[in-house]
Design a protein around this ligand. Structure first.
Ligand code: FE2
Length: 451
């Protein structure tokens, strides 16, 4: 898209900025700043002189980061490895960043957790031009030990989260179109203005790493079993089981690292990167009466299971936010516990993103809230609210119709017992499902594997 300067001026003015302030920093000036940064010693993770020299040369030549050059640890990005071509960013792209930051400024001091605000200042995220990744990467490493891994597209989840397990954070070099507040695909706005500042919340960075390690545990077990699988059917079943566990582990990540709220000094604050990278959702997540907000203690298995069993959509602002009572409670999310909860979640009926369940600590009922039973009634009456409600209802009815595993005691999973699904609904579902009424639904197969 090409926009003329008059229109860019109008857009800039709409966000309270002047287009004349959107001036990319010249190459030499960026290099001077980088050299000064690399020489710092008053930081938790100093960069060795030799490594700093090599890194500066990499930046001068515009080469991809030599992954691991600032630490002993390496990750291999393969074909996805990329360099940020700073000089190639257009004025529109820089202005898009400037507008996003300007809108964030208006919302974050009221809605973001304090640690996020501190992180932005520490990493110098802001301003009116897209950050230089060489400089940003050095600053992040010096303060937290994490490093950026610049990639050329959205990379496979397995590689993305393996990077996390090694304290590398993949960042895209793409900037969202002007004035686009919400987008499903991560861009610099999401990755940098959303995620990077949260690295200064030690427990959030730890959850990111632990989730990456938990996924590696699942990948390793999958690969071990695949190596001795006797046929294609068995291989498919092993893969389905792994995918299922990964999905449930990822929901824990989603409802904390991406869309988490926290109580601070008696008030709601946002720390999820998915929220904070969208000024609109930042305000909505805290002020709007539309979403449901549930208070959780993630150190309790019942509450962590609630996250792992809650299905969601990514196409719009969230319908339910989980509010962690305090950051310290997230310290309980070890890799082993994440895997154990994912395994338990695989055996349980699930919630949709609109459900409010018995035992939930409700801070407010959103406009879209429904009881856990309503999704079944909506399915019967063919009035589903959205794909999430439909697929959750179908999954649960198939699972319960098939019979829960013997070791599942539903009443002990949650803070309060669930309301049983009436037999008439189960019988109706069994009949119409057998007739193929829901065969068009793309559903995750219920795996028979138990590892
Ligand atoms: Fe993200």
């Amino acid at each position: 898209m090409t926009t003329d300067r008059t229109e860019l001026n109008t857009i800039a003015a709409r966000h309270g900025i002047s287009l004349t302030d959107v001036v990319p920093v010249a190459f030499e000036q960026r290099m001077v700043e980088l050299e000064r940064c690399l020489g710092r010693t008053d930081i938790p993770f100093p960069i060795a002189a030799d490594a700093g020299k090599q890194y500066l040369e990499t930046a001068r030549q515009g080469l991809p980061f030599a992954i691991g050059s600032l630490s002993e640890v390496m990750v291999d990005l393969g074909q996805y490895r990329n360099a940020q071509r700073y000089e190639d960013y257009t004025l529109e792209e820089h202005l898009s960043w400037a507008c996003l930051i300007a809108e964030q400024q208006r919302t974050k001091s009221r809605y973001a957790c304090q640690e996020y605000l501190d992180g932005e200042a520490l990493f110098a995220i802001g301003g009116t031009t897209i950050p230089d990744f060489y400089l940003l990467n050095a600053r992040i490493y010096q303060q937290t030990g994490w490093q950026l891994a610049t990639v050329n597209m959205i990379i496979p989840a397995e590689l993305f989260f393996t990077c996390h397990s090694q304290r590398f954070f993949p960042v895209t070099t793409f900037m969202r179109p002007l004035e686009q507040d919400y987008l499903q695909e991560p861009d610099i706005g999401h990755d940098v203005a959303g995620h990077v500042a949260t690295f200064t919340i030690p427990v959030v960075a730890q959850v990111m790493r632990n989730h990456g390690v938990a996924r590696n545990m699942i990948y390793d077990r999958r690969d071990e079993l695949l190596a001795s699988a006797s046929d294609a059917a068995q291989q498919a079943s092993i893969r389905a089981r792994a995918d299922e566990l990964l999905l449930y582990a990822e929901r824990i990540y989603w409802f904390t690292v991406e869309f988490g709220l926290v109580m601070q000094r008696g008030e709601l604050r946002a720390f999820g990167a998915g929220i904070l990278s969208s000024p609109g959702e930042t305000k909505y997540s805290i002020d709007s009466p539309k979403p449901t907000r549930l208070l959780i203690d993630p150190s309790q298995d019942s509450d962590l299971l609630r996250l792992a069993t809650t299905d969601y959509l990514i196409s719009e602002f969230q319908k339910t936010y989980f509010v962690t009572e305090k950051f310290e409670l997230l310290e309980s999310l070890t890799p082993e516990r994440i895997v154990a909860i994912a395994k338990r979640a695989a055996k349980l009926p699930h919630f949709s993103w609109r459900d409010v369940a018995p035992g939930d600590t409700v801070l407010n009922f959103g406009e879209a809230a429904i009881s856990t039973s309503e999704k079944y009634l909506r399915l019967i009456s063919q009035q589903p609210l959205d794909d999430c409600v439909t697929r959750t209802a179908i999954r649960n009815l198939r699972m319960i119709g098939r019979g829960l595993q013997a070791d599942v005691d539903l009443d002990r999973c949650w803070r309060a017992p669930m309301v049983a699904i009436p037999t008439a609904i189960l019988e109706w579902f069994r009949r119409v499902d057998a007739e193929g009424q829901f065969s068009s639904q793309v559903l995750r197969p219920l795996s028979n594997e138990t590892w």
